[in-house]
Ligand binder design. Structure first.
Ligand SMILES: C[S@@+](CC[C@H](N)C(=O)[O-])C[C@H]1O[C@@H](n2cnc3c(N)ncnc32)[C@H](O)[C@@H]1O
Length: 310
């Protein structure tokens, strides 16, 4: 019996080598027996049928469908970028947090001044799915933290996470009852609405959000947001700002036509933010560099600054 073995995992059939003595003899060119001549002639005839048959030209599947009279698939291409006009990435933390225990490296910078957060009332603008907000509220034992985001779906995800944490929480514990997520645009419809703002937070976090406010609401929208942050802070309050550099704006200008126009209109550059925040138009008294996270990707090594209101 032939010894055929099947490598099941690799689906390779291994055939044993044919012993040399069983190899067919090479046909000699001088071999002209009648039987062989008839056979070769028959094979040639068969071949000539194949050669003379008209061959279809090579065609792409799309072309073939057109020739068969089937309508081509003209479904509009799905532009996934249009869903992320605000930097509202669904799996943001999966991309940003690269170490296996899902530790956001920015927490190390924030941990250099834990007293900023302990027993304090915090607002986290652009909280995304709430991963970092939750970590901050828990690690630094905040009195309360409100996470706000323009993306309703992300806020829902954050609310779901906090609800599950509540189910697991020990009775009477502060965390996670100190965390709440709300949906909203931090940029107001009109500057006049700033007049009704009142101080209500000790700390406002605005991490990796300025670029998105800037690209969507231009210089005026971002400046208004900075003034709103100041007005919402109590005396002694801190704005913790992690602005993106202007280099990173360029890559996003193709997201939509209006973003391209907004990008082209920008004159207020991130390097001018401190000057503006410290100017009488806003009113912060001082600025310090809290630190630069040791992220392995250069793009995420963004300085974290603290602006203080007196
Ligand atoms: C790049 S993510 C940063 C998330 C988080 N702050 C962090 O650093 O881990 C930017 C977030 O800001 C939100 N965002 C952008 N513009 C906003 C606005 N005008 N008001 C509220 N949230 C905004 C986006 O939906 C997105 O979740």
């Amino acid at each position: 019996m032939a010894d055929f073995t099947m490598d099941v995992e690799n689906n390779n059939t291994q055939q044993p080598a044919i012993p040399p003595e069983k190899c067919p003899e090479k046909r000699k060119a001088t071999d002209t027996s009648d039987e062989k001549t008839v056979e070769i002639k028959r094979l040639k005839e068969d071949r000539s049928d194949v050669d003379s048959a008209p061959r279809p030209p090579p065609q792409s599947p799309k072309k073939r469908l057109q020739l068969e009279g089937k309508p081509p698939n003209n479904k509009p291409k799905h532009n996934k970028d249009l869903h992320f006009l605000y930097g509202n990435y669904k799996h943001y933390y999966g991309k940003r947090i690269l170490d296996k225990d899902f530790h956001d490296i920015r927490l190390d910078v924030l941990a250099t001044q834990p007293e900023l957060f302990r027993d304090k009332q915090l607002l986290d603008i652009g909280c995304n799915s709430g991963h970092l907000s939750i970590e901050i509220a828990k690690k630094f034992d905040a009195k309360s933290l409100i996470g706000l985001d323009i993306d309703r779906g992300l806020v829902k995800d954050a609310q779901t996470t906090i609800s599950s944490l509540k189910r697991l929480a020990a009775p009477g514990s502060r965390f996670p009852y100190n965390v709440k997520f709300v949906h909203g645009n931090y940029v107001l419809d009109d500057d006049v609405l700033l007049e009704i703002e009142r101080p209500q937070f000790d700390v406002i976090l605005c991490l990796s959000v300025t670029k998105w406010i800037h690209l969507n609401f231009c210089d005026a929208g971002l400046k208004q947001a900075f003034r709103r942050m100041f007005l919402q802070l109590r005396p002694g309050g801190k704005l913790i700002l992690e602005p993106q550099s202007f280099d990173g704006y360029k890559r996003r200008k193709k997201l939509s036509e209006s973003i391209r126009e907004n990008y082209n209109s920008i004159v207020f550059r991130p390097e001018q933010f401190p000057e503006y925040l410290l100017s009488p138009e806003v009113g912060f008294a001082s600025m310090e560099l809290m630190g630069i996270p040791e992220h392995c990707k250069t793009g995420f090594k963004r300085p974290i600054q603290i602006f203080t209101k007196v």
